[in-house]
Design a protein around this ligand. Structure first.
Ligand code: ADP
Length: 417
């Protein structure tokens, strides 16, 4: 990006006065999601998908009204961070005289060191660069927009919020692979991800599910990416995701846990290149690989195909199996929370998982489940079950405000919390 470009755009990132906003950026390998918050209220949000291939953008204003999305120019951006200047220019026009107080970013990996969000400094950025080998598919895309925004507005506070941070409370036995100790010491461990989602759920549990809030709870974050987390006293004690976001339950296109011998077989016996194995495990497995049809549960649940049915059955079997495993880590189970796209919307999946957890004392209320709860366990069930929508972006906005010491949240806009 040229200096002239930066000079021209500096005034475009909320240097005006007016109500203070926090912007949240969640950049992936081909998408960039954003939300601008006034207090806890999202007043502008949207996403750019298909970056590098066929970018398309959509946006909504306060109260979910659809807006004309940002124009991304005629030359498609090669990477999500390249869409940021156009997005900011567009947001500035939409936000009028409101003042941007800070940007919060979702960053997948905080390594061993970070159990809390951090204010962005050049030293922090250098440290995050050093974590790229731990998350090569995600971390570079998370860091790039931080650098872009830093170049455009060096004075604008930025906060990095890590998906691993919430899990730093896991005991060491839950972090260890049975590999030589030296690898553990150099950081080859189970870290766990989706921490911002679990932290949000933990923050609302006293309000939404008070009778189990401080007990032994499994949260099932089932979206495109899927994992489960064991909470005791609202702290993470175990996660189904490990060293990378490939572990645990099967996902849209990721395989979930896999006998490491399969990877050796693919390389040694089938002669697959390492990049091809990575592509297979990350992009061609999971629901897509099993069904041969789609990675999207809406397609699978609507399909007559026996392979689609089988994919969903495998998924529910593995989720239920992990709930049993996490119950063992927790020393018992008081409740299960379903969240994220599949967990919040797919009643059939929740029903199959809950029926498989009957042995734990869970009795499903089928009618409540069809209505998406929020409570979906029957009266008198030994284990409670709830559907609670997650909100990772709001968690990031709150962290940014808290770290910068701003009161920020007005009672008028505090929403449902
Ligand atoms: P991400 O991990 O990208 O944030 P989401 O949490 O939005 O993903 O979950 C996306 C997935 O949720 C979709 O791929 C789809 O499988 C599933 N999903 C969304 N809505 C429904 C629905 N009504 N019924 C079943 N599955 C749904």
């Amino acid at each position: 990006m040229s200096n002239a470009y930066e000079r021209n755009h500096r005034r475009d990132i909320g240097e005006s006065t007016g109500p203070a906003l926090v912007g949240v950026i969640n950049a992936g390998s081909s998408s960039l999601k954003f939300t601008f918050y006034e207090g806890d209220r999202p007043i502008l949000s949207g996403q750019v998908d298909g970056i590098g291939v066929r970018p398309s953008a959509r946006a909504t204003g306060a109260d979910g009204v659809a807006l004309d999305p940002p124009y991304l120019g005629q030359t498609p951006s090669a990477a999500p961070a390249e869409a940021l200047p156009a997005l900011i220019e567009w947001a500035k026009r939409k936000l009028g005289d409101r003042r941007l107080e800070a940007l919060g970013h979702r960053v997948v990996h905080g390594g061993l060191r970070y159990s809390q969000p951090q204010r962005v400094t050049p030293a922090l950025l250098a440290e995050l660069e050093s974590l790229i080998p731990l998350a090569p598919l995600h971390e570079p895309h998370n860091i790039a927009p931080i650098r872009t925004a830093l170049a455009l507005r060096p004075d604008l506070p930025q906060v990095a919020c890590f998906d691993t941070a919430f899990h730093r409370s896991m005991p060491e036995v839950a972090q260890a692979f049975a590999l030589p100790r030296a690898l553990y010491d150099e950081g080859v461990r189970r870290y766990g991800f989706h921490g911002l989602s679990y932290e949000y759920i933990a923050s609302v549990l006293p309000d939404r599910a008070p009778e189990i809030a401080d007990g032994r709870v499994v949260v099932a974050h089932l979206g495109n990416g899927c994992s489960l987390c064991g909470l005791r006293g609202r702290k993470s004690v175990a996660s189904t995701m490990g060293f990378t976001a490939l572990d645990g339950v099967p996902m849209g296109t990721r395989c979930g846990d896999l006998d490491a011998g399969v990877v050796l077989y693919l390389i040694q016996q089938k002669g697959m290149a390492v990049e091809d194995v990575a592509d297979l495990l990350y992009r061609r497995s999971g629901m897509l690989g099993l069904s041969g049809l789609s990675s999207d549960f809406r397609d699978l649940l609507a399909s007559e195909s026996p392979h689609a049915r089988f994919a969903v059955d495998v998924f529910c079997y593995r989720v239920a199996g992990y709930i049993g495993s996490l119950a063992a880590a927790l020393g018992g189970l008081d409740g299960i929370i379903f969240t994220a796209g599949v967990g919040e919307n797919a009643a059939q999946v929740r029903a199959a998982v809950c029926r498989a957890c009957r042995w734990l004392g869970l009795e499903l209320d089928e009618a409540a489940n069809r209505l998406h709860g929020p409570r979906i366990s029957a009266a008198g069930s030994g284990v409670a079950a709830y559907v609670i929508p997650t909100d990772e972006n709001l968690m990031i906005a709150r962290h940014a405000r808290a770290l910068l010491g701003s009161a920020g949240t007005s009672s008028a806009s505090a929403g449902d919390l």
